[in-house]
Design a protein around this ligand. Sequence first.
Ligand code: MSP
Length: 517
Amino acid sequence: MKAFYLTTPLYYVNDVPHIGHAYTTIAADVLARWKRLSGQKVFFLTGTDEHGAKIAKAAEDTKQTPREFVDRIAGEWKRTWNAMGVTFDDFIRTSEPRHQKVVQWVFEKLKASGDIYKGSYEGMYCLHDEAYFTESELVDKKCPTCGRDVQKLKEDSYFFKLSKYEQPLLDLYAAHLEFLSPKFRASEIVNFVKSGLKDLSVSRTRVSWGVPISSDPSHTVYVWFDALINYITAAGYVELGDGKSAPRFEELWPADVHIVGKEIFRFHTVIWPAMLMALGLKLPTKVFAHGWWTVEGTKMSKSLGNVVDPNKMSADYGNDAFRYFLLREVGFGSDGDFSEKALLGRYNSELANNLGNLLSRTTTLIVKNFDGAAPKPAAASFLLGDVADLTRTVAAQYDALAFGDVLETIFGLMVRTNKFIDDKAPWKMGPDQKDELTLVLGECVQVLRVLSIFLNPFMPEKTEEMWKRLGEGESVAGCGPAWVQELLAGRIPEYSPGQRVIKGDPLFLRKAAPAAK
Ligand code: MSP
């Protein structure tokens, strides 16, 4: 069976993770968790991009060798994702031997087929940043990165025949509309390709920290050409040597979705599919570009000192609340603005007041009135309505990576349920109103059980806590596949006999505003 294969970009190790990186990774994790929850086999890949002059320079600045430096920083990335509950199945680093072997093999194969040829490259070079720029990239004729003078340089270089793939790429976009997602980002790529593609320089003689070309070791492979290949390396492409792939390659490739930020959409939708075409490999089903976060209206940058550390946000608000916020605040695909004030606002109003209260009111009243025995729910829940329909909607929203829509659907349900409790005021019901109490609280428990399932990919820890309080046995993650199937068939799994609801501390403690800086 084909596994659902999804990826994040490989992050550069000249920096540590900030909320922009956390956003992509958490979004991918939510999708991976949803797919697993609904019973699919999943392969979720993330990792680090470790070659190139910039990284060698960052290593030099810290007086470490590139190897020591990348090992240290890659460790920090991995630790951050682990701490945030990111359930990647593989973490690939471009400096690993398993990847270098594949890059070298691909390069030689394309050289042999004529898709890579030798020529010379001329551009404006910044000695300080060890990078070429085109005339149009220069700022006031100076290096756009450091502002220093640049000089015209020429070097031998291998080129990838990107121009040959102009028409095949346009055919791909026309035949597979999903490939360029979301839709509103498609025309920019189509127009770019239509305006004509130039062959791409894919080797460097001035960058030593990279993958050497086996047949011409004075060259290293251009970082993007190197890094994109990771997606097939991890899937087992030519892993067995002699051009033979590992058996898992069949199960994994092509990727179902590459999730990327909008600034690297072009690399993934033009260069990458052309490379795959040249290799005769199947193409990914979808590349999805999300938008960019600013911080309180300003671009995030080290020099401005406004980079938000995701580790700090998680420590202050909890992983689940931070994950929820990032995907709730802006629609996936659009740009957004981060502020701690907005995070705090949603934390208090949506999580503490709405979700937390719903759970605490329901469990408290059940413990008080029924000694914790979960009241038998009515045959059909009117708050959930047509459960099959609701579940199909949520599943379709997840599958379309419309995470904001999933949360909007769920939030609507939460608000309706809280209003229902307010209207019915079950705390006012006396012992002679047990039937009415059973009905009201039974309804709330059903909603909370279904909410735990739907919300689990966003809030894996809190939903497990809810599940326990509701007296459910196994974990949400464990029950998920059976539950989702039942819900899709319009059925809510029965309570187990003797199921007991328990009270506990608030799910989300209300928080005061952080002290002004
Ligand atoms: N190494 C390349 C990717 C190679 S993939 C084969 C790269 N790395 S990066 O470290 O710069 O990470 C870029 C990614 O980080 C973006 O695509 C996006 O996913 C995320 N973000 C970085 N800054 C961001 C924001 N301000 N907002 C949202 N996401 C952004 O590019």
